[in-house]
Design a protein around this ligand. Sequence first.
Ligand code: IPM
Ligand code: MN
Length: 355
Amino acid sequence: LRQHKIAVIAGDGIGIEVTAAALNVLKAVEARLGTFRLVFDEFDYGSARYKATGAYAPEGWLDHLATSDAILFGAVGDPDVPDHISLWELILPMRQRFQQYVNVRPSSVLPGIAPHATAAAVAGLNWVFVRENTEGEYSGQGGRTHVGSTLEVATDVAVFTRGGVERCMRYAFEVARSRERKLLTVVTKSNAQRYGLVLWDEVAASVAMDFPDVKWDKMLVDAMTVRMVQKPHSLDTIVATNLHGDILTDLAAALSGSIGIAHSSSLDPTRANPSMFEPVHGAAFDIMGRNIANPVAAMFSAAEMLRWIGEEEAAVLVERAATQSICGGQVTCDLGGKLSTVEVTRVVCQMVERL
Ligand code: IPM
Ligand code: MN
């Protein structure tokens, strides 16, 4: 029997509810197929642990996680902890340490979903965002001097390395090549950001030479938001920096119906380190503990994880089951339905058993 060691970090807020849902679906597909075994290693890393012990995770946690085949992540964030602390204690160190240098975020309008009213034009859209995931605006470099005085200077330095941009760009061209339309849009702000993002433009042009079959164009990020809303069908694969990708994928998720179904994969394509699979949404403490969070993003993340570890058949089953629950209107309130998190999970598990 093929065996896979999965590290599970549910984290905070609705991360706990939706990760539990995803685990149930994973167990259902494992039982249904009987061709592989998932060994779950569940960790209590998160804000509750921080508030009780002063640390999000015990010492050596990253070394420990390094031994897993993949990481399933929920969400991090807590009303009592400043976000810049919680994020830099848990999620961002994993992306950096494990060189998960691309974050892949597909966005499509599934049949049966009524897209956002102002964006009916997006019906049928199907995009893949490739977000640079280890450097750029999220480098963590910078600092504050003269704190609190009128002379205070605070900097966040966006660091772009040629190697870092190139590996991400190459991955994006490969994704574009693998899709029917072979169309890539490179997003920057190289008119205002004159060093790092000019490097992006240069790297795009040079990598493009190795992909003569891929059509590509460049967009400035501000104009890109307009194009996503007004000409969504002119886009297919999109590559962007860490921060631009963060922002654009929230817009994409909203356009496709709900951020509750948007999933993402933080990948180390070299496979030297474990990759991580996580919903695009955050901890959402406004709705946590109420059994109304949409578990589908976590389920799609789990499906993508199955694909990554080589369990394609299981991945397809989970995707089909979750998609069918949506098409059948068996959805949570963010999609206009009446079902709870637990009810949607039950529906999807039953479909996994029957499909
Ligand atoms: C995301 C989130 C994260 C990010 C936060 C939680 C650090 O917004 O995955 O999109 O900005 O990358
Ligand atoms: Mn985000």
